[in-house]
Design a protein around this ligand. Sequence first.
Ligand SMILES: [Fe+2]
Ligand SMILES: [Fe+2]
Length: 275
Amino acid sequence: MPKHVTILFIGDIVGEEGLGVVRSFLPSLIQKHKADFVIANGENTHEGHGINDAIIRELLNLGIHVVTGGDHSFDKWKVFPYMRSNNHILRPLNYPTGNAGFGYGIYSIPSVNVSIGVINIQGRTFMKAIDDPFRSVDWAIDQIQKETSLIFIDFHAEATAEKVSMGWHVDGRASVLIGTHTHIPTNDARILPKGLGYLTDAGMTGSYAGSLGMDVKVAIKRFTTGVHQKYKAATGDTHISAVLAKIYIESGKCMEIRPFIFPEFNKVSEKPSRF
Ligand SMILES: [Fe+2]
Ligand SMILES: [Fe+2]
């Protein structure tokens, strides 16, 4: 029996560009990193907003075990029956009762005889006034702990303070908490004192030639006019924004957490400067 499992998490996949880079590279990344369980946020897969049945099936066929969501989970109503019937697609748990879908699930990890609970919750600061994510996560952790101590949380939230606070709130009760939604990867991956692997935001999987995966001309026009403009997904310069987290099977505590961008960003000018 191995002493740990490796979780691969893919940050918000945006539109066809995001799906394309996942199609091209995910199978080899799973192999290279020996990932036992793969989770991806899919709230932006359908042209940047929402998700549909065909995309979920494709992601599950590519080796993703659980697709999480966020504030765009309910954008495409045709997906609701699928969300009601399959708990491998999650949406934030703390939307009021009556909405379609599941907010958490317990899954067996294929390579080892161990289960993992996955919780998807959403913040309230600068976002919709839904139910309290802190009390919701407490309830879900209590349910999952009856079966397993391995718990992964995708906290879909805007405010860094809410995300950091949630990290401290669940430290000692969950294995890994990774933030999503802002589409910008943060540089604060660490293990908190009681064993939670924490990262404020995983970043976005898709085109970095735009703004947060969307067309840059439209983004600039929104800011310069102050008027709503219809977004379309950006194209080119695509990257996967991901996180690898290793969890000790016996204790459920995080052993290692490492975010990465694939392919890596250019950080040095390729041509010598003229100045
Ligand atoms: Fe997103
Ligand atoms: Fe979002």
